[in-house]
Structures are given as structure tokens and as C-alpha cells.
Design a protein around this ligand. Structure first.
Ligand code: FMN
Length: 384
């Protein structure tokens, strides 16, 4: 696949993977590990791929390189799903140099036992690399999402190589809607570092970009404003749209019944509602939904004087990802001493600009008139 006359895609699709980064379930949709070649007087290969795909990547390279030999391997990001074949590449092309940030070379030493100091070109914010017709300008993007990350911008073809930014879950041969898997990818993997994403975006704001080449997911072309606007919204922790995420756990169905009734009230009131059973649904999609909408309801059972484990995981994810600028409602259940709402609120209290709904719903086992009245009050408050 060509990105431009001189830039070709040489990446691979992975349909063997079950959990990306050890936790994100991609069994249905797989992943892509992207790599690109810039063919110019000097040939630059942009990143390698996951260890399992060395031979396929080399075959793709051979197809594009023909008789030419690469002069550079540009490494934007050292995470093993991209860096695992650096050593194999450097063995295969003994004339090639590796171009990356100083911190990357330290990581190469840690991963491969070699720091390529004799074959390395260290780049930092503002460095350039002339290839002939093409000149790459390097942009430091620390913590997007590792400390060593660089973007690079090809001024000739107006292409931004954006490391993991603008990436998504899902192999390239899977039909899916970009934003759903890009949103859960962003909030799962990059979401904690919104400030760093904002800084990196500001550094490239002045560049005229015709294509974004991320390390996962499709090359983005055409009207890029939608993608840039989403990244600006996501990385500034603003809600993307009006709506309510209902995230719940329920062992015997009573809390679930309350959630269903609340869901119906909210929908009848005209709200967009997304509901997740945290024990069975994709936690990454639930987290992404919590960031997508401006309101969130946490509904769970008290459990051994604390609250249900899957909700603990979800609340921890919210805290870890700097959840903020939202309204949070709570529904708790406890057959003898409900404490879930109190403890969830304590866990979220320190987050910036979280408005807790006044109306907390407390069930003591099954729904009754009293708790139904509380549900009504919470629904009205969230719809106001
Ligand atoms: C393993 C287990 C531990 C529980 N621990 C508590 C508890 O410590 N305090 C309490 O008031 N209720 C406790 N409960 C009751 C639940 O909070 C809840 O009332 C009950 O599971 C009904 O809600 P559900 O149908 O949505 O699961 C526990 C329930 C289970 C299954």
C-alpha cells in the first residue's frame, strides 16, 4: 500500500494476539503493527514490528526495496510491539544506522544488549534528517505514551509519523468504525497522559499534514480535522458529547434491575445511555464510554465491607486515567450494611472537577418503593 509516491506501508496484521498490551481483548479484531519505507536517495525504514512477524516484515521490505538497501531505521517508539526486530534489522542491513531519541538507545541496550552507539543517530526536538528530496523533522513526544517517543514530519509529502498517537485497536483487514476502537485505544493506552498529548499536538499544530501514519491502525488521510479535534477533546479530558454511561456490577440481578429501570428513565428523558456490565463487557470500552459522555453512574454491590471487585478495577482505571470534568451518580446495594457509595466517592474525591449527584440510590437487596423513589430523583437530577 502506498502512502505517497515515495512512501510505502510495509507493516503487518496480527490475528493471533488475544490481549494487546497484556490486557485489551482484541481476539475479534486483532492488531496491526505499522512500518513504512521512505524511498529517496537515502532510504529510511520507519519502525519495525512485533517479534512474531520478522519474516513477514522482511518480505514486505524486500518487495518495496528491490535492490536498494535501507540507510536508516527510524525508531519512534521502543515498545516491543514496534522495536522487537531492530536487532534483526541491524544484522540484516549492516550498513544501516538507527535513528532515535537518546532514551531509546538506552532502552535498546536494555532490550538487546547493544546500544548501537557506533551506528546510531541521536535525534531530539527540532532535529532533521535529510534523505534527498525528503527531510524529516523530529518532534519530541515524551509520555505519548512512553518517555522516549518521537514523532517525525516529512515536509515534502506532508506526512506525520505519529508513533502510537492516532492509533487504534484492530487489524487493517477488519471492517470497524475508526472512532470506537481509536477512543478505547486512546483512553486505555494514552489517556493518562493528556497533558503530554496536548504538548505534542501543539508542536505539530503549525505543520500542514496531508497524512498521519500511526504505528497501529490505518493511515489517516483526507479531512484530518475530525481526528485532530477528537484528540484535542480527548487529551483535554472534555466530554465528547452529552450522554450517560451506566457502569454496573450485580451478582444476583437486583442491582442490575435497578440499572435497567434507571436506564429506561434516562432514555425516556431523552438522554443517550450506554450501559456496561463490568464483569462481562469490555472494560476498555466502558472506560472509553465514561470519557465520551458527560455523565456517569456507578452501580454496584457492597462486597465484604467494600465494593464489588470489577467495580474496584473500573474506579481504579478512572483514577489512573485522570477522570475529570464529569458528573457522577451512584447506585449501591448492601443486604445488611451498604458502604459501596461512600467508598467509591472516597476513591474519586481527589479527581479534578467531578460533580457528585446529590441523589444516591441505596438498595438493601431488592428494589422497593423507597429505592424506586430514589431512582426517580437521581434520573431527574441527571436529566436536569
Ligand atoms: C459475596 C458477597 C458478599 C457480600 N458482602 C456484603 C457486605 O459486606 N455488606 C452488605 O451489606 N452486603 C453484602 N452483600 C450483599 C450485596 O451487596 C447485595 O445486597 C446482594 O448481592 C444483592 O444484590 P445483587 O442482586 O445485585 O447481587 C454481599 C453479597 C455477596 C454475594
Amino acid at each position: 500500500m502506498k502512502v505517497s509516491d515515495d512512501i510505502a506501508f510495509v507493516g503487518v496484521n496480527d490475528h493471533r494476539i488475544d490481549l494487546f498490551e497484556g490486557q485489551y481483548d482484541v481476539r475479534e479484531i486483532g492488531m496491526s503493527y505499522n512500518s513504512y519505507v521512505i524511498l529517496d536517495q537515502k532510504v529510511a525504514v520507519m519502525d519495525s514490528v512485533d517479534a512474531a512477524f520478522r519474516d513477514e516484515w522482511f518480505a514486505n521490505l524486500d518487495q518495496v526495496l528491490g535492490d536498494s538497501k535501507p540507510d536508516y531505521l527510524v525508531v519512534h517508539h521502543m515498545e516491543p510491539d514496534h522495536s522487537a526486530n531492530i536487532a534483526a534489522f541491524m544484522d540484516r542491513y549492516p550498513e544501516a544506522q538507527v535513528v532515535s531519541s537518546a532514551q531509546s538507545f538506552k532502552m535498546m541496550q536494555a532490550y538487546f544488549g547493544v546500544d548501537y552507539s557506533d551506528r546510531g543517530v541521536v535525534v531530539k526536538q527540532g532535529s532533521t534528517l535529510k534523505l534527498g528530496k525528503h527531510t524529516l523533522s523530529f518532534v519530541a513526544a515524551p509520555q505519548v505514551h512512553w518517555p522516549e517517543v518521537m514523532f517525525s514530519y516529512d515536509e515534502t509529502d506532508k506526512v506525520l509519523f505519529s508513533a502510537d498517537a492516532f492509533g487504534k485497536f484492530g487489524a487493517l483487514d477488519v471492517e470497524d468504525d475508526w472512532v470506537t476502537n481509536a477512543r478505547s485505544y486512546y483512553f486505555g493506552i494514552v489517556g493518562k497522559f493528556g497533558k503530554n498529548v496536548q504538548m505534542a499536538l501543539s508542536k505539530v499544530a503549525g505543520c500542514y499534514v496531508k497524512a498521519i501514519c500511526p504505528l497501529h491502525g490505518p493511515v489517516l488521510t483526507g479531512d484530518l480535522s475530525r481526528y485532530l479535534r477528537l484528540y484535542d477533546t480527548w487529551s483535554s479530558y472534555r466530554p465528547e458529547q452529552s450522554g450517560v454511561t451506566l457502569a454496573y456490577t450485580s451478582v444476583y440481578g437486583h442491582t442490575k434491575e435497578a440499572v435497567r429501570e434507571l436506564e429506561a428513565k434516562l432514555r425516556d428523558g431523552g438522554a443517550t445511555v450506554a450501559t456496561f456490565d463490568l464483569a462481562r463487557d469490555d472494560m476498555a470500552q466502558a472506560l472509553a464510554s465514561a470519557f465520551r459522555y458527560d455523565r456517569l453512574v456507578l452501580a454496584t454491590t457492597t462486597y465484604a465491607n467494600s465494593y464489588f471487585p470489577f467495580m474496584h478495577t473500573f474506579v481504579t482505571d478512572l483514577v489512573e486515567h485522570n477522570y475529570q470534568n464529569r458528573t457522577v451518580g451512584m447506585v449501591e446495594n448492601g443486604s445488611w450494611m451498604p458502604v459501596a457509595a461512600k467508598q467509591m466517592r472516597e476513591a474519586l474525591e481527589g479527581l479534578p472537577n467531578i460533580a457528585f449527584a446529590h441523589n444516591v440510590v441505596t438498595l438493601k437487596g431488592a428494589l422497593n418503593d423507597d429505592s424506586r423513589g430514589q431512582l426517580d430523583a437521581l434520573a431527574k437530577e441527571l436529566l436536569a
